[in-house]
Design a protein around this ligand. Structure first.
Ligand SMILES: *[C@@H]1O[C@H](CO)[C@@H](O)[C@H](O)[C@H]1NC(C)=O
Ligand SMILES: *[C@@H]1O[C@H](CO)[C@@H](O)[C@H](O)[C@H]1NC(C)=O
Length: 174
């Protein structure tokens, strides 16, 4: 009885520690999802560096390109607001903590910040370049080789429709 209890306790400690180190298995691969949308569906999301090479962990200190296979079933998008929320993983509390971004990543014009506009209708490969290297105030807060979460909200300014995608990845900073 006592032994079973100890074994179970050891297992649960093992699993909780394991779960809390790299959420959603971000130690080996990125993890992403999209909020439900009736006008825009993302089928796949991979990341590359500026040279188009896939690398993992990703590097947040250099431009990062998210490559999406997506279908726009809504209207052509020609005015796009981009908001990015950044969170770091807290392994001791097993939760994400939002990082301050000093307003640098809010209310951006997506069309001049890494997205080629207009976004046509139909199935396409869409590239979204995210470049934190110009925001040293943010880079300076980040730990090297840790899990990070980026939530990107793209708002079609003409219709107010939102596309929300969340990506989690292991990142190096340099
Ligand atoms: C893991 O991913 C799922 C979506 O696939 C998400 O709902 C969940 O909150 C994520 N867990 C953590 C700890 O981020
Ligand atoms: C997106 O992925 C689907 C399924 O793999 C594929 O059939 C389609 O050709 C891809 N779209 C583009 C634009 O590459």
């Amino acid at each position: 009885m006592m032994l079973t209890y100890i074994v179970l306790l050891k297992e649960s400690l093992f699993w909780s520690r394991r779960d809390c180190t790299w959420p959603n298995s971000t130690d080996t691969a990125n993890h992403w999802w999209q909020n439900p949308s009736s006008i825009f569906t993302i089928y796949s999301l991979t990341t590359t560096n500026e040279q188009g090479q896939q690398e993992y962990p990703i590097h947040l200190g250099a431009p990062l390109v998210a490559v999406l296979n997506a279908t726009n079933t809504g209207p052509v998008i020609s005015q796009l607001q981009e908001d990015i929320a950044l969170a770091e993983w807290d392994p001791s509390n097993c939760k994400w903590n939002t990082l301050p971004t000093f307003g640098l990543l809010n209310n951006l014009n997506g069309c001049t910040n890494g997205i080629a506009c207009p976004i046509p209708q139909g199935n396409q490969v869409l590239k979204v370049t995210i470049d934190f290297s110009k925001f040293q105030a943010i880079i300076g807060l980040l730990k090297n080789d840790a899990p990070y979460q980026l939530q990107i909200t793209l708002t079609n300014k003409a219709t107010n429709d939102k596309i929300v995608v969340t990506a989690q990845a292991r990142a190096e900073i340099h």
